[in-house]
Design a protein around this ligand. Structure first.
Ligand SMILES: [Zn+2]
Length: 94
């Protein structure tokens, strides 16, 4: 157990959680928005809980734009939903 767990805020429900429990979306230095399954890619990151409600809220309230400067396109939203379902089917991020 590390002594200090990095915390991040979900842009959907604004809950602060350990970074590894959240789904990270990164805006790469090239300006492309992508799903970051490793949590380690360089670029500006935004986080949501593995919860479709948070994803929907972040998208509806345009929080992606605020956090990253651009919004994910519908293909990326679908990818995020798949990722969330995958995490939930495993019972958590691993
Ligand atoms: Zn959330």
């Amino acid at each position: 157990m590390p002594r200090r767990v990095p915390l991040r805020t979900c842009i959907g429900c604004k809950t602060v959680r350990p970074k590894r429990e959240l789904v990270r979306v990164v805006r790469t230095p090239g300006g492309v928005v992508e799903l970051d399954t490793t949590g380690k890619r360089s670029g500006r990151g935004a986080y949501v809980c593995p919860d479709e409600g948070c994803l929907d809220e972040a998208t509806r309230a345009r929080r992606w734009e605020k956090a990253l400067g651009i919004s994910p396109d519908s293909a990326l939203i679908e990818k995020l939903k798949d990722r969330i379902r995958e995490i939930r089917s495993k019972g958590g991020v691993s």
